[in-house]
Design a protein around this ligand. Structure first.
Ligand SMILES: CC(C)(COP(=O)(O)OP(=O)(O)OC[C@H]1O[C@@H](n2cnc3c(N)ncnc32)[C@H](O)[C@@H]1OP(=O)(O)O)[C@@H](O)C(=O)NCCC(=O)NCCS
Length: 276
């Protein structure tokens, strides 16, 4: 999930505008972010900064705030928040933020909703991963319903992706790779990964494996596939984040050479009714 210095490639016209999704799933500090054209998202000015607002994964009552370029002021942020109840929102949720970016939101009354680990590995040397006996292929448009289904089976309800969230993950970095896993002789999607790259930095944006085929090496195979792709395109290091309580994922990433970073990220939340 995205954070600090996000460069959004949209033309900013006036104070408010319709923009697409994007930038929502990058991990750690993404230096560059593109925005796909999806309606419903808006960029609002907040002092010297800009904040993208979009309903959280199909929930029209939860505003998902992604800080964009610049530094929002507390008063600017409050002005943004004051507008949200009239638009049907009753709570606001931030993207995953590193500690320096959390400050302004905490000052505006947000509290920590969930803490995330941030893990990093240099691209070299690639990990050695035993063959998992699965087929990996490029995720195509026709695979998207299967991807959403596998994601829904793997993640707890709150973190499940919808189609827009998937587009966000794919378009959060200038280049990305969507790969799906299936069992031999059966094209049904049993797992998938989105890997992104911005310059020399890679991001494991999303990884999910259906519970029925977990613990067979599918997750590791998908991660390795993403690492190979990143290496081919010159990435030097890779970041991933995951919920602190997600021990399985942390174990998998550590086994593959990722190391926990001293400072994690946090998703912050504010009930809007009580902020008035
Ligand atoms: C995290 C996740 C992707 C791992 O996928 P996976 O396919 O189960 O991963 P792997 O099989 O490669 O490795 C997981 C475990 O299986 C074990 N394993 C791998 N192959 C095995 C085999 N043939 N037999 C027995 N165990 C095996 C691994 O040693 C590892 O064990 P550990 O967790 O005790 O270290 C999966 O659990 C998932 O989708 N979780 C929900 C979504 C999620 O958390 N996504 C990532 C965080 S954003």
């Amino acid at each position: 999930m995205t954070t600090a210095e996000i460069v959004v490639q949209v033309a900013v016209v006036g104070e408010e505008e319709d923009v697409g999704h994007g930038a929502a799933e990058a991990t750690g500090r993404a230096p560059a972010t593109t925005v796909a054209a999806v309606s419903g998202a808006r960029i609002l000015s907040a002092g010297d900064g800009r904040v993208r607002v979009v309903p959280w994964r199909g929930d029209p009552s939860l505003a998902y705030l992604t800080p964009l370029r610049g530094h929002p002021s507390v008063s600017g942020l409050r002005q943004v928040l004051e507008r949200l109840p009239a638009e049907g929102y009753d709570a606001a949720l931030t993207a995953a933020l590193p500690p320096p970016d959390q400050r302004i939101y905490l000052q505006a009354g947000f509290t920590v909703h969930e803490r995330l680990h941030l893990l990093l590995r240099p691209i070299d040397p690639l990990p050695i991963v035993p063959a998992a006996g699965i087929d990996l292929r490029r995720g195509r448009h026709a695979d998207r319903p299967g991807i959403i289904e596998a994601d829904g089976a793997a993640f707890p309800a709150f973190w499940r992706l919808d189609q827009i969230g998937l587009e966000d993950a794919v378009s959060a970095t200038p280049s990305s790779r969507l790969r799906v896993a299936s069992l031999p002789g059966d094209r049904r999607v049993v797992g998938y990964a989105v890997t992104g790259r911005a310059g020399s930095r890679g991001y494991l944006q999303r990884l999910a494996v259906e519970p029925a085929v977990q613990r067979r090496g599918v997750g590791a195979a998908l991660v390795l596939d993403g690492l190979r792709w990143l290496r081919r395109w010159g990435a030097k290091e890779v970041l991933v984040n995951t919920q602190e309580e997600n021990e399985r994922a942390v174990r998998l990433y550590e086994r593959l050479g990722f190391r926990l970073q001293p400072e994690g990220l946090a998703v912050l939340r504010l009930p809007l009714a009580s902020s008035a």
